[in-house]
Design a binder for this molecule. Sequence first.
Ligand SMILES: [Zn+2]
Length: 137
Amino acid sequence: MLDYYRFKEVHDLFTKGKCDEARKVLAELQEKYIEVHDENEMLRTQLQEFEDVLYLAKNLEYDGHSYWLKTGTIKQGPFCQNCFDRDGLLIRLGESGDKWRCLSCGVVYARDEAGLASPARDNGERREPGKVIHLYK
Ligand SMILES: [Zn+2]
């Protein structure tokens, strides 16, 4: 924690003409500030990651075949069950005729009349990855 009195000490040392001593204390304070700043940034990043995970835990639904993400009143998806379960990645399935295909792992999902996806036979074809949302590091 940065100490107000250490900064006051620097001020007093400069005022008394003890510039070398003041610079030394100021350098220590700068070093400490940088450490605190870096720790703060790391904690902010961790907090954001925890908030993201919590958001997903509250808003991610599994319909028995694939994942859907509720954002307000909109339900986004479907997302590949294979990629999420294996890597923690939300990969949106792309429409491919009467099927949905994962653009990352290539798994093909059959669509039923209700628009639900269920895993279908993988034809082995691979495409370039689509948009990737990283949940875990
Ligand atoms: Zn996938």
